[in-house]
Design a protein around this ligand. Structure first.
Ligand code: NAP
Length: 334
């Protein structure tokens, strides 16, 4: 199978190359693309891959194409790749909410893939981390309502987000004036910024709307009551979420703990805390500080942390390809 990564010089693209080399997929060739040719290339499996400027012609020979490059490139190139039978795994929001496009988190809803599907959006990173933690709750007791406040790392805004934090930190430590914020709506160093994405018409941000709508689609609960506040924090990698949820049936902390202990993709911490720095580079979603809100038996709270570049983006995309290979729906073109 020949695999292309578009956006290979970015945060998600680099993670995709790393994960493709970590996992044993039947890949004969990996190629890297970006907006323009990069003489320095990118590293893959102990070698340097050349980075080419992306074009429709150059993508034509690949059996599977990962997009980690934004909405425009996915919208431009994905339909033709799908039309010739290639697999598209897309980290942008372009196709996520389209009908008859599955929004797959393999631990939760792999069964939504059908043989004819070719385009596989990877859901919003915050939504993936949230859904991996909510799925065991839904399985065990049903899910009626969710409120979540997020603590999102700067790498969620790509290379530019990481750079803005680094530049701000250098200025604060060096005691010279901080550069004006360009990526985030306010200085991110020694601060939290309660605004992620762009403004939406109803007072929510685009990020908050994505988390709400994509969570409903992944969990197959279009009417789920869910409210989101998305906040950017001066953390490099991994998103954290304070989640308050209400179940359909009555349950207990002990029963929910057992559900988390056996849940796919979840690392459950019965004791202590977990922080984003500890989970950087991991694929599991961590659940800690599970507790009851009151004695109703239906209202609980938990702390959830996951590396959004890995499970929230690159790992989830590679897992989708693995699922397709397992079912015989992806592979080398005949
Ligand atoms: N970062 C996250 O946590 C995260 C999580 C989930 C989803 N995503 C999504 O994943 C995608 C990539 O995000 P990122 O954080 O990795 O961004 P990033 O670090 O800014 O990297 C962007 C990548 O896209 C490439 N690119 C930009 N314009 C291009 C064009 N016209 N043609 C081809 N390639 C182009 C860049 O190449 P150059 O080097 O040539 O500029 C770079 O490789 C976005 O859709 C983002 O929303 C990100």
């Amino acid at each position: 199978m020949k695999v292309a990564v578009v956006g290979a010089t970015g945060v998600v693209g680099a993670a995709l190359l790393q994960i493709l080399q970590e996992r044993e997929l039947p890949i004969e060739r990996v190629a890297a693309f970006a907006s323009s040719e990069k003489p320095e290339g990118v590293s893959f499996n102990g070698t340097t891959l050349p980075v080419h400027a992306v074009s429709a012609e150059r993508l034509a020979e690949f059996d599977a194409v990962f997009f980690a490059s934004g909405e425009d490139q996915s919208a431009t190139y994905a339909p033709a790749i799908a039309k010739r039978g290639g697999i598209v795994i897309d980290n942008s929001a372009t196709f996520r909410l389209q009908p008859d496009v599955p929004l797959v988190v393999p631990e939760i809803n792999g069964e939504t893939i059908e043989a004819h599907h070719r385009i596989f959006p990877v859901a919003n990173c915050t939504a993936i981390v949230l859904c991996v933690a909510l799925a065991p709750v839904r399985e065990h007791a049903g899910l009626r309502a969710v409120q979540v406040a997020t603590y999102q790392s700067v790498s969620g805004a790509g290379r530019a987000g990481l750079q803005e934090l680094a530049d701000g930190e250098a200025a604060v430590v060096g005691e010279y004036p901080e550069p004006r914020p360009a990526v985030f709506g306010a200085p991110i160093v020694r601060n939290v910024v309660p605004f992620v994405g762009t403004a939406a018409h109803d007072g929510y941000t685009s990020e908050e709307t994505k988390v709400r709508e994509e969570t409903r689609k992944i969990l197959n609960q279009p009417e789920l009551r869910i409210a989101v506040t998305a906040v950017r924090v001066p953390v490099r990698y991994a998103h954290s979420e304070a989640v308050f949820f209400e179940t359909e049936g009555t349950t207990s902390v002990a029963e929910l703990s057992r559900a988390f202990e056996t849940a796919a993709g979840v690392a459950y911490h019965a004791e202590g805390i977990v922080t984003p720095r500890e989970v950087e580079g991991q694929d599991q979603v961590h659940v800690a500080r599970l507790r009851a809100q009151d004695d109703s038996g239906t209202r609980f709270a938990m702390w959830v942390v996951g590396d959004q570049v890995r499970k929230g983006a690159a790992t989830n995309g590679v897992q989708i390809l693995e699922l397709l290979l397992k079912r015989g729906w992806a592979g080398a073109a005949k």
